[in-house]
Design a protein around this ligand. Structure first.
Ligand code: HEM
Length: 456
């Protein structure tokens, strides 16, 4: 007998187990009912049941991932692709041929087309438009007059995205139409995601008709934008030109449908997310005047009273931390989904082929296991000496991996600049009739935020 043969066998990795079923099912509706009733609380409690848990949504079993490490693993593992209830629901809006819903070689090709417009070195080129739009808000908002933040934030986001990326003068009428259409469409998409009641959504009920009208207007709007550019004969160096001139894998021009879906896939996530982030920033500044004062002081000490500019952004460390902290507590994208391409494991749990996986940046970014005083608005937690203690993937409002939002630098620049410009001039108060409770749709925003800008 050799020494080798008496060595105890190496312990085998435990066989992958089925994840536990989350509590709180409603007969017939599964967990969907609770997801509709109080989705943020529901998602935030799931980690108490495990790092991966099973949910029943209608007839389907969906897997929820609840720990930061496993959301990172999920986003980086090619065994999972973009699909699942969120994306199926979004396909009705974004189309099947845009970058946000494509997978595999088509997705890689599309990312190559759009990426140059979002590269770090491309962002300063957008500086003058961002400055103009941020300062235009400070002029447009009159001291003491009530500001409807939903419309104003949307308008700002649409104008920045359209003017920077599509070089269009898509002025107020189009911003308003886009805002109205997207509000209705995103709410309807969310309902279809959590309560997949198929044929019921085809009945001619007022809510369904309103949804269909909004969706049709959205597509019409995009057709108008493309037709206008073609009719102008102009080919500025922008994202729209890149899309109009893009080629498929064979070197042929991409089809009309893909161009349309690509414009939708840029404009819609670009406006809804930034608008939500601006609303939550205004809510935070109104709720916490001491933080507004610190932002004002930082801007003033840097600019000495001149209008804050794009070149100041990288020196506005505290203002940037206010933006990040606001996005931690209220991430615009509060829920994401993936689908398992093959049978696989995640965190020692078996995930069958075709399974839908869901996770919530909102729940992850508020988890007491990752953040001390987790519900407190504390921008200083992003100072380098404290930020290093935040677990990996516990703060990923733009996502991780090959599906990470292309617009992280673009968005952070405009959000920091608009926060600085507004706060240098005004402090904010919520007014009667304002309702800042979260309104949960495909994005997260306040129900109806009304603020009054006041001179300092
Ligand atoms: C506060 C602002 C924003 C936030 C928080 C945000 C967040 C996100 C997140 C979480 C994803 C999905 C990541 C995933 O599935 O793992 C995403 C994807 C995407 N975002 Fe953003 N986004 C923002 C602004 C924008 C803007 C301004 C644009 C364009 C103008 C944009 C365009 C896109 C596109 C095209 C995708 C799909 C990328 C792909 O699948 O390859 N986003 N964003």
């Amino acid at each position: 007998m050799t020494i080798e043969s008496v060595k105890p066998a190496a312990p085998e990795a435990p066989a992958p187990s089925e994840p536990p079923l989350a509590g709180g099912r409603v007969p017939g509706l599964g967990h969907g009912w609770r997801l509709v009733r109080d989705p943020l609380a529901f998602m935030s409690r799931l980690r108490d049941h495990g790092d991966v848990v099973r949910l029943r949504l209608g007839p389907k079993t969906v897997y929820a991932v609840t720990s930061p490490a496993l959301t990172g693993a999920l986003a980086l593992d090619p065994a999972f692709e973009i699909a699942g209830p969120l994306w199926e629901s979004l396909e009705g809006l974004l189309g099947k041929e845009g970058v946000a819903t494509a997978n595999g070689p088509r997705h890689r090709r599309q990312r190559r087309t759009i990426q140059p417009a979002f590269r770090l070195d491309a962002i300063p080129g957008y500086g003058p438009v961002m400055e103009e739009e941020a300062h235009a808000l400070t002029e447009r908002w009159r001291p003491g007059e009530t500001v409807d933040c939903t419309f104003e934030s949307f308008r700002f986001a649409v104008r920045v995205a359209a003017r920077c990326l599509l070089r269009g003068d898509y002025m107020d009428e189009r911003a308003e139409r886009l805002c109205t259409a997207l509000t209705t469409v995103f709410l309807g998409m969310y309902r279809r995601m959590v309560l997949p009641l198929g044929p019921l959504y085809r009945l001619p009920l007022p809510a369904n008709l309103k949804f269909n009208r909004a969706l049709a207007d959205l597509h019409l709007l995009v057709d108008e934008i493309i037709a206008e550019r073609r009719a102008s004969g102009r080919k500025p160096d922008d994202l729209l030109t890149a899309l109009l001139e893009a080629e498929d894998g064979n070197g042929d021009p991409i089809g009309e449908q893909e161009i349309h879906d690509q414009v939708i896939a840029i404009l819609t996530p670009g406006s809804e997310t930034v608008a939500s982030a601006v609303m939550w920033l205004l809510q935070a500044l109104a709720e916490q005047p001491e933080h507004a004062e610190k932002v004002r002081d930082e801007v003033e000490s840097l600019t000495g009273g001149r209008p804050v500019g794009f070149d100041d952004v990288r020196r506005l460390g505290h203002t940037n931390n206010v933006v990040v902290e606001s996005m931690r507590l209220h991430p615009a994208v509060w829920i994401l989904t993936r689908r398992a391409v093959t049978a696989t494991t995640l965190g020692g749990h078996h995930i069958p082929a075709g399974a839908d996986i869901v996770y919530s940046p909102y729940a992850i970014q508020r988890d007491v296991r990752s953040y001390d005083r987790n519900l407190e608005f504390d921008p200083d937690r992003w100072l380098p000496e404290r930020a290093k203690d935040v677990p990996k993937y516990a703060m990923s409002p733009f996502g991780v991996g090959n599906r990470k939002c292309p617009s992280d630098h673009f968005s952070m620049a405009q959000l920091t600049l608009v926060t600085a410009a507004l706060t240098a001039k005004y402090r904010f108060e919520q007014v009667s009739g304002s309702n800042d409770t979260p309104r949960v749709g495909i994005t997260l925003r306040p129900h109806r935020l009304l603020v009054r800008p006041m001179p300092w």
